[in-house]
Design a protein around this ligand. Structure first.
Ligand code: 5RP
Length: 266
């Protein structure tokens, strides 16, 4: 692997092979998502626990201090909105020149497999990989489902991850699902898990992240279930324990409850 590519990937993935990415890119199609109205303030208490930040150039420039920042994964696809016709109709929004100017460690782009825009978004990915490989910049492919959350099953997600890897993504982001090993076994590059919309219980998040890690994920790119939680520090600390310290669900839950109690007494 070329030196620059290896160097950037090593900024994102720790020597233990695991990673915790903190996504705050949601506004690029959702607008001021709940708890992300002021992204800089939202991440302030939790960012120390993350290995990288996933965001657009707009939020990066206006809300993130360039001094001593975490490595940046720049979201470079978009062009759609929650109120538009089809979330899948994305294009590339950011040039490689800008990616280099912003000193990003990687770029992220969504692909919408099975949608009307499958071909277009897969070619977006391929073009981005062509550019990224030229400059040693890894591409993280985001296997997006738009509004169709029910698509999150092993057969579909395995198909998406494999196609993204075949087209040259260095890392693939997907959703956790039952039989997650079917997704990781068929994907020749590292897989990270997104969280999706906020779950009903805190334990559920710890359980699915733990299960995904046991079944071959290298970590998470998980946002709403951390920063929309009433106790975001408790949640990120307990996920950190699972991902970087090999904690069980029970141990992680104890950490969550301990941090929650501490916060409640403040
Ligand atoms: C939004 C994204 C997010 O980065 C991804 O979905 C992870 O965030 P969350 O855990 O909140 O789902 O790609 O377009």
């Amino acid at each position: 692997m070329p030196w620059g590519m290896k160097n950037r990937l090593s900024q994102l993935i720790r020597p233990n092979g695991h990673c915790m990415f903190m996504p705050i890119d949601h506004g690029y199609f959702q607008g001021p998502t709940s708890k992300l109205e002021r992204p800089g303030e939202t991440i302030q208490p939790i960012i120390d626990y993350a290995d990288a930040l996933f965001c657009t150039r707009g939020v990066l420039r206006s809300c993130i201090n360039p001094v001593n920042s975490k490595p940046i994964i720049l979201r470079v696809s978009g062009g759609t909105s929650m109120v538009g016709k089809d979330l899948a109709n994305e294009g590339l929004t950011t040039t490689m020149e800008e990616v280099i100017r912003l000193n990003a460690a990687a770029v992220g782009i969504s692909v919408f497999i099975g949608s009307d825009y499958e071909h277009q978004t897969l070619l977006n990915l391929s073009k981005l990989v062509n550019e990224g490989e030229k400059y040693g910049i890894p591409v993280m492919a985001v296997t997006a489902v738009g509004r169709e959350l029910e698509k999150r099953d092993a057969r579909y997600l395995a198909l998406c991850c494999r196609i993204a890897a075949e087209l040259g993504a260095r890392v693939v982001k997907t959703y956790w699902c039952e039989d997650f090993e079917k997704v990781t076994n068929g994907c020749p590059v590292p897989v990270v898990m997104a969280g999706g919309p906020k779950t009903n219980s805190d334990l559920e998040v710890l359980e699915f992240v733990h299960d995904g890690m046991q079944k071959g994920a290298i970590g998470v790119n998980l946002g709403r279930n951390i920063w929309q939680n009433e106790y975001p520090v408790a949640m990120i600390k307990s996920l950190y324990a699972i991902i970087h310290e090999n904690a069980t669900v029970e141990q992680a839950h104890e950490i969550f409850n301990g941090e929650k109690d501490k916060k409640s007494k403040e």
